[in-house]
Design a protein around this ligand. Structure first.
Ligand SMILES: Cc1ncc(COP(=O)(O)O)c(C=O)c1O
Length: 379
């Protein structure tokens, strides 16, 4: 437990809420979830499920029709055929990541992870007595693991590498070519590649595809949280190699029995054309926010060497503005009413020189935020 850390941003968010309760205006650029409401068709499907009393356990790997719909999503979005029997519906991608670590790792087994990266990943590894191995990444590899990192850091106890593309906190992509080379490398070492595709669909330029189009020998993680704007429904999924599905099923039965039933019925509407049109418009809105915010932050003196291609994050160097990103984020909140996330949440690779901006507020609010940061920096 001593090695499990909280999300530091939660304390910051709590302080921001406290200031708001006192009447202060706060611009939120710290929150890692879309500000959009659940799409109407999904909401209606959820309400219908509640009214019909669809409130019993589902089978552990998920409602058969939802597993089928997810398989259909791979066919329509990526042109990839997968069997619905390989889809396991989970309580958010968080549960999928935990299940993947639990099924793959023995005590002491190592997993390679990019630093900076999503903070929970190293804790999923650690909580099942694995050893997270943080690999420092920088602009040279678009803040992503690259084949050369795997070659350098793969050790006798390494059994897996985890890639998130687009990444939290950097919003950058792994190219298909590199992903393919990494899949091949990992297979050659008898290991497993885990690919977190939770921000797929929120990609504003650049080619990308699911890792399932490259190989069946991969754990692909995804979620209804981000692209589908369903964070609080707690629903995600994993596509695993057929041979490990019974093991995952067994484990999930014991850990949480099944994902929430009303959420699964609601999610059936997530793939309908009406929902798809809503989500596409929202992705365009996020792109417009990114296109505004990246140059605005650069003009303020933040370093953004790689333009983030996806998700809703900008990972910005702040070394020209401060020597302590944590104090910077704290002072910015207290003095200017702008909440951002300090680098410390994403690892040990120069966290004091980085902050993360989330563009999960409307563009008018982002503009107010930028103006406030400008004033704060001039003081
Ligand atoms: C990269 C990444 N993976 C997984 C998650 C977990 O999301 P959820 O459990 O809501 O699917 C998050 C949440 O921020 C994330 O950023």
């Amino acid at each position: 437990m001593a090695e499990i850390e909280p999300f530091h941003v939660m304390a910051l968010l709590a302080r921001a809420r406290e200031l708001e309760a006192q009447g202060r205006s706060i611009i939120h650029m710290e929150i890692g979830e879309p500000d959009f409401p659940t799409p109407e068709p999904v909401l209606r499907a959820g309400i219908r499920a509640l009214e019909k009393g669809e409130l019993h356990y589902t089978p552990t790997p998920g409602l058969p029709q939802l597993r089928q719909a997810i398989a259909g999503f791979y066919r329509s979005r990526y042109g990839v055929e997968i069997s619905p029997s390989r889809v396991i519906v989970t309580t958010g991608s968080s549960a999928a990541l935990l299940l993947a670590c639990a099924v793959l790792l023995d005590p002491g087994d190592e997993v390679l992870l990019a630093d900076p990266g999503y903070p929970a990943n190293r804790h999923f590894v650690r909580v099942v007595e694995g050893a997270p191995r943080a690999v420092p990444v920088d602009a040279a590899s678009s803040y992503q693991l690259a084949p050369a990192h795997l070659e350098r850091h793969w050790a006798p106890r390494t059994v897996a590498a985890l890639v998130a593309s687009p990444s939290n906190p950097t919003g950058t992509l792994v190219s298909t070519e590199r992903l393919s080379a990494m899949a091949e490398f990992v297979r050659g070492r008898g290991g497993t590649l885990i690919v977190d595709e939770i921000y797929h669909g929120l990609v504003y330029e650049g080619e990308y595809t699911t890792a399932l189009s490259l190989t069946d020998d991969v754990f692909v993680i995804n979620s209804f949280s981000k692209y589908f704007n369903m964070t609080g429904w707690r629903l995600g999924w994993m596509v695993a190699p057929e041979s490990v599905v019974p093991e995952i099923d067994k484990l999930a039965q014991n850990l949480y029995l099944a994902a929430p039933t009303p959420a699964q019925y609601a999610a059936l509407a997530a793939f309908e054309p009406e929902t798809a049109a809503i989500l596409m418009a929202r992705a365009q809105e996020l792109k417009a926010r990114r296109d505004y915010l990246v140059p605005a932050l650069r003009a303020l003196g933040f370093d953004i060497p790689v333009t983030p291609q996806g998700a809703f994050y900008i990972y910005a160097g702040c070394a020209r503005l401060t020597r302590d990103s944590f104090a910077f984020a704290r002072d910015l909140l207290e003095q200017a009413g702008v909440a951002i996330t300090p680098g410390i949440d994403f690892g040990a690779n120069a966290p004091e020189r980085h902050v993360r901006f989330a563009y999960t507020s409307p563009i008018e609010r982002l503009k107010v935020g930028v103006a406030r940061i400008g004033e704060f920096l001039r003081v």
